[in-house]
Design a protein around this ligand. Structure first.
Ligand code: AOF
Ligand code: ZN
Length: 350
């Protein structure tokens, strides 16, 4: 199963709106006879790839799959039938499929007399496919908030200058993060101050994420770098914003909420456009609004061993006034990147 999880991860950033799935087939004697993974939406499912590689050696064998085999006919499938036809006797999958259309494969296999069970290395498989699983369970994209800050939590100096707080290695890592998601989001403040490009650079074979600027009043300039043709772009604006200077196809109208655009409505629009994983890149105001709305699923912080003492904080007001309301996180990972420390954490479930 660990091998199947590792195979699945090879397609990171390429399968959306579909999951990362890997499969290993063992022959009756327990040796590996086939491997496969899902490469992109519309391509064969992992099980079909692995069964194809195994050929007749799969008969009487075991299939290890990172996700419950599908029981539906979508772009392809159903994998349950492919497993039955191949003569597989035993199926172990890691995580139940949260997609109602495809779920129930375990029961279908058992009804066909196959020894099928879920839960094997479930936590590891869950971590490997976190964004897709979260998105499908919640019916909105998974949001990773990424920031770079000094050790005292500042993302720019008092004069607004911010290039560069983080190390070269951290910045390269950010491009990998961008290449792993479907959409990168930034607020209009960041757009106006930094004119970021928000593309994934220097990542061979990367699929460029959709760039989204949250810009209630359509303040983005027509010559903004995000409007170049390196990747598709949406400027999310309020219902009455004057946006005639922006390319019509790039303008996305979103209803207003109390303090800006209705963020759940924006995420719904993105989900409808097949976005499952979002990388939120700031600035502090937008990140604070996401935190206040309970819309941050994962935090990736790049901490530089430096101090500023003044300047904007990484996270703006998030509706938290007391220690009792503090948003506590559980740390998933700590990694050193050059001189920096990258911390990956997730809000504690409550
Ligand atoms: C995949 N790859 O290896 C497995 C999937 O649109 P379809 O027909 O490709 O079906 C997608 C659904 O199939 C997906 O949401 C998931 O529920 C299930 N399993 N999907 O893309 C795979 N095993
Ligand atoms: Zn399938």
């Amino acid at each position: 199963m660990r091998r199947a999880i590792s195979l699945a991860s090879r397609a990171l950033g390429h399968t959306s709106p579909n999951p990362l799935v890997g499969c290993v087939v063992l022959g009756p004697d327990g040796t590996v006879v086939g491997e496969g993974f899902h490469t992109r939406a519309g391509a064969p499912h992992a099980e079909v790839e692995a069964l194809r590689a195994a050929g007749s050696a799969a008969r009487g064998g075991t299939a290890l799959v990172t996700l419950e085999p599908c029981s539906h006919v979508g772009r392809t499938g159903p994998c349950t039938q492919a497993l039955i036809d191949a003569g597989i006797r035993r199926v172990r999958y890691a995580v139940a499929d949260p997609n109602p259309v495809a779920a129930g494969g375990g029961a279908v296999l058992r009804a066909a007399g196959i020894d099928a069970e879920g839960g094997l290395l479930a936590a590891e498989a869950e971590a490997g496919n976190r964004a897709w699983l979260t998105a499908v369970r919640l019916g909105r994209p998974h949001v990773t908030w990424k920031y770079a800050a000094t050790l005292d939590g500042r993302s720019a100096a008092a004069d607004g200058s911010a290039r560069w707080i983080s190390s070269v290695e951290s910045r390269a890592d950010t491009h990998l993060l961008r290449a792993s998601v479907d959409a990168v989001l930034a607020g209009s403040g960041t757009q106006l101050a930094d004119d970021p490009h928000l593309a994934a650079r220097d990542v061979p074979g990367a699929r460029q994420p959709l760039r989204v600027i949250v810009d209630t009043h359509a303040r983005t300039r027509a010559d903004a770098r995000v409007l170049d043709d390196a990747a598709p772009t949406l400027i999310a604006v309020g219902p009455d914003a004057v946006a005639a200077h922006l390319p019509e196809a790039a303008v996305l109208r979103i209803p207003l909420a109390d303090t800006g655009l209705d963020l759940p409505a924006l995420l719904n629009e993105l989900y409808a456009r097949d976005v499952r994983a979002v990388l939120l890149e700031g600035g502090p105001t937008l990140a604070g609004a996401f935190a206040a709305a309970g819309l941050i699923d994962t935090v990736v912080g790049y901490l530089a061993p430096a101090l500023l003492g003044a300047g904007p904080p990484a996270l703006g007001p998030a509706g938290i006034g007391t220690i009792a309301e503090m948003l506590r996180l559980d740390v998933d990972d700590v990694t050193r990147l050059g001189t920096d420390i990258r911390i990956t954490a997730r809000p504690r479930p409550h």
